[in-house]
Design a protein around this ligand. Structure first.
Ligand code: ZN
Length: 549
């Protein structure tokens, strides 16, 4: 860890903050029963505790630093900002809260407050005076249950009185906060009128105290209620040393009934779509496997690891492999968060990337329906395949190219599927008129995050393929347009190309596709260069959480 001397001045800090467009996020709680509305208020209260817990997990110094910033901000209230020169405690506190710490997550965790160390890679899950090698050596010396506890999701590693490393259960490490949250969840369980929610809340409250999350993860998979809360320790990305330790997060959400109905309609058409895939019939699946559950919800409030830096738009949980083996996992899509990103980021991108006449053909309905179809299409096409007479999987054969190819497949075949459903009048034909232009605009948003990860690179492949087929074209003023007729052919042929290489398990063809098309071409870069003043993401303000009482 080294001290840093160069931190951004006030103007630079405001520019960094402006990359997150402030936006109100609200969900309609009017249809909730009286009991559920009261339960919701308890869950919001519990989520606020999650924020504090997560701050402590990121860095042991976060609590004290935040109090200091809050104190300075208060002292600065009423003074004229313009007279205070380069320091603005309120701006610093604001950016601290967005990042949940003094490191800018969009800028490779560069510190933005003077005097703080570099971001600890093991977060606050391991002793500050232990190196990764120390911890690794200790872990290697363990076996059986002891090792399972030390490498488990729900323990921190601390030094005992004898200075030896030891695993402390979250239920002990975070005893005060978890006790308060358990009490709030139990109150909510008593208030709600939905049986499956009552069951989950009771089980999760129990887990906070016992440190055994299994039963509550199962109850979460079986949730079928107007309120859909996700609250607890989940993702392991904050532990950059080992990805062992789960960070606390909360998504307090309400089920979106209209989209849930739409999903049910789609699921009735999936076998028909599989039977019509534009590939050799021998590669189609006569009977599709069971679909992983998908929930579409609207956020009342998110907290902790679920509300830092770039906002989560969808997630797959739980991560516990035992639960996944026995019960599968569930995908939760945050519709109002996606809507906010669409308005604050995607539409401004469209105003730069597309000619004026095309901009009105960028629609949220097309955007969101395509995301739903993308998720469903992951389940279609080749998965279990036969190569040279032996049974294998696409994932095994395609190795490190798998994710990029699979993401591109879900996107392009999602467009293909929506076109099929529009022809059969199974969806609103208005979606078919806007989905290609919407996809073009959203492609620029994805590529902007870089082509170093699967989604961005998968999008680059599709964009360049469409350009080569004349389905996307570059106008003299450097904007991009869609040729609808050529697009229909291009999405069919790219779906065929990708699914066929998957069916053949051809690593070489996958590699070739990525090398030739998974790149940012100069015409695309020219548009990206013009997007510097368009926000990267949103900063949510949870207006229905403050209203929940
Ligand atoms: Zn995907």
């Amino acid at each position: 860890m080294q001290e840093t001397s160069t931190v951004p001045d006030r103007a630079a800090l405001l520019t960094m903050t402006a990359r997150f467009a402030p936006v109100d996020i609200s969900a309609d709680a009017a249809k909730l029963s009286d009991g559920d509305r009261k339960a919701l208020a308890r869950l919001v209260e519990a989520a606020r505790i999650i924020d504090a817990l997560f701050l402590r997990q990121v860095w042991a110094g976060n609590d004290a630093l935040m109090q200091q910033l809050a104190h300075e901000s208060l002292a600065a209230t009423g003074t004229d900002i313009t007279t205070r020169g380069s320091k603005d405690p309120r701006a610093t506190l604001h950016y601290f809260l967005i990042n949940k710490g003094p490191w800018s997550r969009l800028d490779h965790n560069k510190p933005f407050i003077a005097g703080v160390p570099s971001k600890p890679e093991g977060a606050n899950f391991y002793p500050a005076d232990a190196s990764k090698e120390d911890v690794q050596k200790w872990l290697d010396s363990l076996s059986g249950d002891e090792k399972a506890r030390a490498t488990g999701f729900f323990t921190t590693i601390r030094r005992g009185a004898d200075r030896r490393l030891t695993a402390i259960p979250y239920s002990v490490e975070y005893q005060g906060e978890l006790g308060r949250m358990a009490a709030l969840l139990r109150e909510a369980a008593d208030l709600t009128t939905a049986p499956s929610l009552k069951k989950f809340l009771q089980a999760r409250a129990e887990a906070f105290l016992s440190n055994d999350y299994y039963a509550s993860d199962v109850a979460w998979m079986e949730l079928d209620a107007p309120i859909e809360p996700t609250i607890g320790p989940y993702e392991v990305y904050e532990d950059e040393w080992f990805n062992y330790k789960a960070a606390f997060e909360a998504f307090i959400t309400l089920r979106d009934d209209a989209e849930t109905a739409k999903l049910q309609t789609f699921s009735k058409h999936l076998q028909g779509l599989e039977d019509a895939l534009p590939i050799d019939p021998k590669y189609r699946s006569a009977k599709l496997g069971e679909l992983a559950p998908i929930r579409v919800v609207n956020v009342v409030m998110t907290a902790g690891d679920g509300n830092r830096g770039v906002q989560t738009a969808a997630f797959n949980l739980p991560n516990d492999e035992r639960v996944v083996r026995e019960k599968g996992s569930k995908r939760v899509m945050l519709k109002n968060v996606q809507d906010a990103k669409f308005r604050m980021v995607l539409q401004p991108i469209a105003r730069v990337a597309l000619p004026a006449a095309d901009q009105k053909r960028v629609s949220f309905d097309a955007f969101f329906t395509h995301i739903l179809m993308h998720e469903l299409m992951h389940g279609l096409g080749p998965h279990n395949i036969n190569v040279g007479g032996s049974a294998t999987t696409v994932r095994q054969q395609l190795k490190e190219t798998y994710s990029t190819i699979e993401e591109a497949k879900a996107d392009v075949s999602g467009l293909w599927a929506l076109a099929q459903l529009a022809n059969q009048k199974a969806i609103d034909p208005a979606i078919a008129r806007t989905m290609y232009t919407t996809f073009l605009a959203s492609a620029f948003r994805s590529i902007r995050f870089g082509i170093n990860e699967a989604h961005g690179r998968g999008i680059a492949i599709q964009m360049n393929y469409m350009l080569d087929k004349g389905a996307f074209r570059v106008n003299p003023d450097h904007t991009f347009s869609v040729d609808d007729a050529k697009m229909t052919d291009a999405i069919t042929s790219l779906t065929r190309e990708i699914m066929t290489l998957q069916a053949e398990g051809s690593y070489e063809k996958a590699k070739e596709l990525i090398t030739t098309l998974g790149v940012v071409r100069p015409q695309v870069q020219a548009v990206l260069d013009k997007l510097t003043s368009v926000p990267v993401d949103i900063e949510p303000r949870f207006t229905s959480a403050s209203a929940a009482r």
